[in-house]
Design a protein around this ligand. Structure first.
Ligand code: FAD
Length: 334
């Protein structure tokens, strides 16, 4: 008799684990506090996702509508742009569609999906915690995003660097452009709008471009409490629960998916009664730690260099001399 795996949180980590387990015939109950479809604060580009993970998690068809991005252009006021080519194309698609399609596929595969139910994220036998970032009340960050139409791009992916902030622009489905940024949390009385924050960090040209484009109502959303210094993960926790990677990497979604893929066999073995729960969570923690620790660490070291205009002068100087090791930094953070 198979035991039911209970997943708390229906973001990418929870849904993809559910899909992978259902493909192996394991009973799964997934509890999600929100509903689908919904917009999420996300740059909506995925870097470094391997074929094996997509196949194991039944995602190949669902990722087909994604637009490939082969390069990224880094822009900042008053400095020449820097263009880099990705070793493998990034995938660009909206969370509005991706999460909803995954939820639909999970239900179609026989998964028990319960939306609009907030559940305790306390560890328990058979329970996987995939409920996203662990919020930090004192976080200095806010994330904002919105979709735009009639917004021409210089590259498949643009990243604009401001004072203590950056903003990514990428084309997703239906000729829409997703604009998403990480900003210092506004002080009382300061504008919380996306264009207001973009101006506040010195990216006036970008704010003018957005104001000349058509913003799509209902696509704007915000997130606070982001913690890019969180440490040890709780047992049986996946995706952002185990530690946030800074968003400039475009790799948080891949980590969510790969953490589901890497833990699939452990949870299947528990469900089949082959391994006790204590052994299962020990195996998951060990594998995830080994797989993601370096990427998160390296990305957190790079992060302050992108935020500080002074340090960025050095990056530009290295770029001009042809000495910026983009591919090495990419490999170490992916
Ligand atoms: C500004 C910003 C930009 C980003 N840009 C990118 C990008 O371009 N590319 C990229 O790869 N990554 C990006 N990320 C990161 C990426 O969004 C996350 O890494 C990814 O969504 C993590 O997936 P997850 O499943 O772990 O968590 P989530 O997607 O956050 O899902 C967690 C789910 O759990 C649910 N939940 C929470 N608590 C409970 C509860 N108690 N009971 C039931 N349900 C609960 C939530 O409703 C949510 O649906 C960005 C993040 C930010 C903040």
């Amino acid at each position: 008799m198979l035991r039911t795996v209970e997943i708390i949180g229906g973001g990418l980590a929870g849904l993809s684990l559910g899909l992978g387990l259902r493909a192996r015939g394991i009973p799964v109950r997934l509890i999600e506090s929100g509903s689908y479809p919904r917009h999420r604060v996300c740059g909506e580009f995925i870097t470094g996702l391997d074929e094996q993970t997509s196949s194991r998690l039944q995602l190949r068809e669902l990722l087909k509508p994604a637009r490939p991005a082969r390069s990224v252009t880094w822009c900042e006021p008053g400095r020449p742009d820097m263009r880099h080519h990705f070793p493998h194309p990034a995938l660009c698609l909206s969370r509005f569609n991706l999460d909803a399609k995954m939820a639909e596929a999970f239900t179609a595969s026989g998964g028990d999906l319960r939306t609009q139910q907030r559940c305790t994220a306390e560890p328990a036998e058979g329970r996987v915690i995939a409920c996203g970032r662990r919020p930090l009340a004192s976080s200095p960050w806010i994330g904002l995003k919105q979709h735009f139409r009639s917004l021409p791009l210089h590259d498949a992916l643009e990243v604009h660097l401001g004072r203590g902030a950056y903003v990514g622009l990428t084309r997703v489905e239906d000729s829409l452009v997703n604009v998403c940024g990480l900003f210092p949390r506004p002080r009382a009385g300061e504008s919380c709008s996306l264009t207001g924050r973009i101006r506040a960090v010195g990216l006036n040209d970008l704010a003018d471009r957005l104001q000349a484009a058509e913003s799509i109502e209902g696509t704007d959303c915000a997130v606070a409490g982001l913690n890019y210094a969180s440490k040890a993960m709780a047992p049986a926790s996946l995706g952002d629960q185990q530690g946030l990677i800074p968003p400039f990497t475009g790799h948080g979604m891949t980590i969510a998916l790969q953490s589901a893929s890497a833990s699939l066999g452990h949870f299947e073995a528990w469900s089949r009664g082959l391994v006790p729960w204590t052994g299962t969570i020990a195996g998951v923690s060990r594998d995830l730690h080994r797989r993601f620790r370096r990427r998160i660490l390296v990305s957190r070291l790079i992060h302050p260099w992108l935020l500080d205009p002074g340090r960025r002068s050095l990056i530009h100087a290295l770029h001009r001399m042809g000495l910026l090791p983009f591919n090495t930094l990419y490999r170490l953070s992916h």
